[in-house]
Design a protein around this ligand. Sequence first.
Ligand SMILES: [Zn+2]
Length: 324
Amino acid sequence: MTHHVRILEDGTAEGDLDAVAGLILEADRPAALTGAGISVDSGIPDFRSPGGLWSVFDPTEYATLSCFLRDPDKAWKLYRALGRTLVGKRPNAAHIALSELERAGRLAGVITQNVDGLHQAAGSRAVLEIHGEHGKLECLACRRVERFLETHLEPGPVPRCAGCGHPLKPAVVLFEEPVRAMEAIEDLLRSTDLLLTVGTSAQITPACLFPAHVRAAGGHVIEFNLERELPESTLGSGGACVLGPASVTLPRVVDAHHEAVDVPAAVVALMPGEPDERRPRPHHRQVWQEGSEVCDDRSRSCRPEYLSSIRGFGSGSRNSRGFR
Ligand SMILES: [Zn+2]
């Protein structure tokens, strides 16, 4: 049977959360696929939503490789608008929950359709960015890569390659360009037996095909979404659908998983990207998300001795976004 759970506004769950957590527990090699929905609670609207970026800049006109090659000044109007929607944004509890799963050795990787870099900012390391990343600029002439700086958002001349003078473009996948990391993505999809799909619309190829691929190979799929998008044939027996904001639903399921395997929640909320990695400061997700310096929640212990229980702690990558 397919497990159905809905988290209501008051936080109560309709359905069996533990059964969904049990699917993660039983899986050999879970992986995740994320889309725009996971970043909405970080204040980044879905470009396809009414009033979103695509309603201001027609993507077939602005977000194409030919637009950049023909008229980089015009294309940069879109790139700057996109950059302004991303600047200063922080990962939310859903990004953090996925990084916790990875650090607990329970997530083989994240395939993301997003270009916002928030998975890495949350501490995830195995991130495959199928649509590229907005935090870097690339030169199509000499392949030089530079950081996207906040100064690039200001109106003015198109940034040019320091090596060859060619106009730079953000390292995002434009229409007419191939998607990225497909070899690694196919390897991950082949090896996973449980795909968590989070905030994806199931409309954009090729990512919309991944859940069905995993299912066809005998794996299971758990969908986290505001409303259900995946067909019953993809969720199927042994799958699940968890409805509600990803920043609420995903942490609830991950917490239920951690409680079942005795992973201390206060520990896994530690962020390796915080300023001083040598002096770890355990925060709870919400505290960290709000950027607070101290953890004032006494209901959970925040003791450093838990750190060693979490595989890989302490060698986390720095925030790779160019904006911060
Ligand atoms: Zn160049």
